[in-house]
Structures are given as C-alpha cells and as structure tokens.
Design a protein around this ligand. Structure first.
Ligand SMILES: Cc1ncc(COP(=O)(O)O)c(C=O)c1O
Length: 464
C-alpha cells in the first residue's frame, strides 16, 4: 500500500472510529490530562485513541459507548480462560470474605502451593516469585551474569523481554536491522552488554557464539516468539541453543512469559525436549493477577538466597507473592493441569481453524495475507495467530525481522489499518489478531470471519 493510499484509508477509518466511539474520545482527552499519553503500556495506546472499557467477561469486553467487543488480546495474552473466569473470581471473593487476600508481607501456604505447581510442571528445582515479567527476565539475567562471572546477554532481534535494561536492546527493527539501546536513561555500557542474533537462524547463532562465546553469560529467547511474530522456534534451533550454551559455559534462559502454560500445562521447553537453566514465567501463571517467576536450577537460583550470600539481590518486591495474586495463579494452574488435554486440545483446534480461515478469507478477496502461529514438530498445537500483509507472495515469516521489514510485510497495515477496521466491527486485535481463549465459541469465531471479510473488502481497493 503506498503512503497516499495508506493515509486516505487511515483517515477514513479514523473518522468512522471517532464517530463510533465518542465516549472513549472524551475519556481519552480527560485521561491525557493526568496520564502520559492517557494510559499505560504502548500496546494499549494507539491512534486516534484507544477504546475505553468498563467491564470484561469471557471472550468480550464492554466499552463506555455500549459496544460489546470480541477480544483476542485477552489481557496481554494472560487470560487463557477468557476475561474474569468465575473459577478465579469466586475463589478471590471467598478469600476476601475470610479476612485474607491483600498484602501482608509475610510468608504463607499459598506461595508454596503456586511454587510447587510451577516446579512440578516445569522440572525446575527452585522458583522465586515476583510481580512482572520484566522483573523476572531482569533477575534471570542478573543470576546468569553472577553465575558465569560474564557480562554479555545474548538475545534475539525482535524479542521482547520487558522494559528492563538488557531487554531494551534490539527490540525494534530499524534501517540497520536490530541493535542498539532503545531507551534513554540507561547506562551507556548497556549497548555493549546485550548483543543480538537472528531468531531461528542456526548459522548466525553458531557464528555469534564462536565470536563472543567466552563473554556470553546467557542466551535468552522465547521458544515461541510472541510480540516478535507468534513464531515457534524450529526444534533444531532450540537444540542448538542448548548445545552451544553448554559448550561455551553460558546459561540458557527460556523466556516463557507468554508461552508458559499457553501450549501445555507447563513450560514449552519440555515440548522441545530441552531443560533450560532458567525459565521466566508471567501472564497466565497469575490467573489474571500480577505474578511472575524465575524457575530453574538449584545452584543458579541459590545465588539469590542466604546460602549464596544473596549475591544477586532478587528481592521480589513489596507485592511479590501477593496473597490474592498467588491464589488466582494457583486456581488457574490447578485447573490447567487437571484439564490439560481438554483445554489445550480445544485451543489448538480453534487456533488452527482461525489461521486457516483468515488466510482463506483474505485470499478470496484478493488480498495477500499470511498467518503465523502455526504449530511445528515440537509445538504440536497453537492458540496464537498473527495476520501479516506481505508485500509479495512467497515471503517466509520465520523470524521477527521478516515480519518487521517493510520490504517484506506491510506492518502499518497490520498495526493501524487492520486494527481500526476490525474495531469498527467490534473486534479487538493486537498484532493482526492475538490469541484464543477457551471462552471463544464457534459463534464468536464466525463473527470474527464475517468481520475480517468486511475488513478485507475495505482494504482491497487501496492495495496496489
Ligand atoms: C516474552 C515476554 N517476556 C517478558 C515480558 C514482560 O512482562 P511484563 O509485561 O509482565 O513485565 C513480556 C510482556 O509482554 C513478554 O511477552
């Protein structure tokens, strides 16, 4: 889509959007008077302004203008059973009715229950809880740097590990690819301490290890890369990651903040037949509440403990192991473990249906569109889907750089045009769709297909 067509279509969609969501506009204006950009997290804030919601249940959110919006974002992918599942909300209500639930700052049985479940389902020896995925990945990197006595964090270009120092390198694709510090306010040396390799590219990985191997403290990657493109790693890539980290004395950190408990009732590392040194978890493990964790090897985790002289100040935070959060997480994980076959079987089925149908709908309207999120030999079923708009047929989207390179995919069409076109149909998408939850019914998906078909028709005349 050329820039003039993009502008014409964007303006048309934005004008309709403004008419359709007037109360959100009003509230956005008010929000901007006290909050930077009117809200939190860049992914929640988009042009011309985000829909402001007032309630959420199952597959839907309800906004200030009275729309019932079918949601595929599902709380940053945290809500695998849909919004506010009664299973969790009832347990929380009951807890609060019995004088427990808000923070005490003491230890209790609840944190043990969640930690034991995480160890059982991931094969980790020890776990420590914290409050956000960003903190979990930061602590994991600190543990790795301390354990190895080395400074360099190796990550994949386009991998999002949260807004923490080493995570803020190599996330956005620029003219020279990935690399460099993406935030001011960090120590300048950070740029030298985080280096970037290409996802799913075995040759590049071998090369980077042969060049920097003796300086690399850890290699951190998502086994199924989320924001970078909903792409599962090739099994041989994860195997090689394990072999090279072992050979060079670096730690392997699998960042499973998205993938943990999304593809099975546990970590995805197991599906690849790999035991990482550390796993970071978040999102689903909190059952809709803020919980994150680092889980891993006894000797590495010990560095955070008293016996390890607290060499790594992984202190977790005031709200770490918050009773209500930990209860919500335990209820959620217990359910997922007990209903594993049913939950993940259904999610895989829905995911596959959505990816195939969306591609067909756009093809039938003569619009080139391609889904990622398809399973592979290791990850056999997947509830994730991103819709991309390649510039030509035959683009193989197996790494974030392909999804983000304007010479391969029309990223603004996905992020702005498709997003607004779908919101005008009362469907909330992120990165070209998002993830399925068990709350999504066949009727909901049929609604998604009708909405997508109308969106495809809107796009078609503007594509050259
Ligand atoms: C893979 C991955 N790691 C880490 C994070 C950071 O988690 P949080 O947003 O809870 O800080 C995210 C967040 O989206 C993520 O997707």
């Amino acid at each position: 889509m050329d820039s003039q067509s993009f502008k014409t279509l964007y303006d048309e969609l934005a004008a309709e959007y403004t008419q359709r969501f007037p109360r959100s506009a009003e509230h956005h204006h008010k929000s901007k008077s006290v909050m930077v950009d009117g809200g939190q997290h860049t992914l929640r804030l988009f042009d011309p302004y985000p829909v402001h919601i007032r309630s959420a249940l199952g597959a839907y959110v309800h906004d200030l203008d009275g729309h019932r919006i079918l949601d595929f974002w599902q709380g940053h992918f945290a809500n695998i059973l849909g919004h506010n599942p009664p299973l969790v909300t009832r347990a929380l209500a009951e807890m609060l009715a019995h004088d427990y639930g808000l923070q005490t700052g003491m230890v209790d049985e609840l944190a043990y229950n969640l930690s034991a479940l995480i160890c059982q389902q991931t094969g980790a020896a020890k776990v420590r809880l914290t409050t956000s995925g960003s903190l979990a990945t930061m602590y994991a990197m600190m543990l790795a740097r301390s354990y190895t006595g080395r400074s360099v964090v190796l990550k994949v270009g386009g991998g999002w590990h949260g807004a923490q120092p080493w995570g803020l390198v190599g996330v956005s694709y620029g003219k020279r690819g990935y690399g460099g510090l993406e935030s001011e306010g960090l120590p300048g040396e950070m740029a030298k301490e985080a280096i970037v390799t290409r996802f799913n590219d075995c040759q590049s990985l071998e090369q980077v290890f042969s060049e920097y191997g003796d300086r690399i403290a850890c290699f951190i990657l998502e086994p199924v890369i989320g924001a970078g493109g909903s792409i599962p790693a090739h099994p041989e890539y994860i195997t090689l990651a394990r072999q090279l980290t072992e050979r060079y004395g670096a730690l392997l950190i699998l960042d499973e903040v998205i993938s943990g408990f999304r593809f099975r009732a546990g970590d995805v590392g197991r599906l690849y037949g790999v035991q990482p040194d550390l796993t970071t978890l978040g999102k689903i493990i909190g059952g809709g509440m803020p919980v994150a964790a680092v889980a891993g090897r006894e000797d590495v985790m010990a560095l955070a403990g008293r016996e390890g002289a607290r060499r790594v100040r992984f202190d977790g935070g005031t709200y770490s192991a918050h009773p209500a959060s930990v209860l919500a997480g335990t209820v959620m994980l217990t359910y997922l473990v007990e209903h594993e076959a049913e939950v993940y079987g259904r999610l895989a089925e829905l995911g596959q249906q959505v990816r195939v149908r969306l591609e067909r709908i756009f093809a039938d309207r003569g619009v080139l569109a391609q889904c990622t999120g398809y399973p592979n030999d290791a990850v056999k079923g997947s509830s994730m889907a991103m819709l991309h708009f390649p510039v030509k047929p035959g683009v193989v989207i197996d790494s974030p750089d392909v999804a983000a390179d304007p010479a391969c995919c029309m990223i603004q069409v996905r992020e702005q045009i498709f997003k607004l076109a779908m919101l005008l149909e009362d469907v909330y998408t992120v990165h070209g769709l998002g993830a399925l939850s068990t709350a999504h019914t066949q009727e909901d998906l049929d609604g998604l297909y009708e909405a997508s078909d109308r969106a495809a028709q809107r796009l078609k005349p503007y594509l050259s």
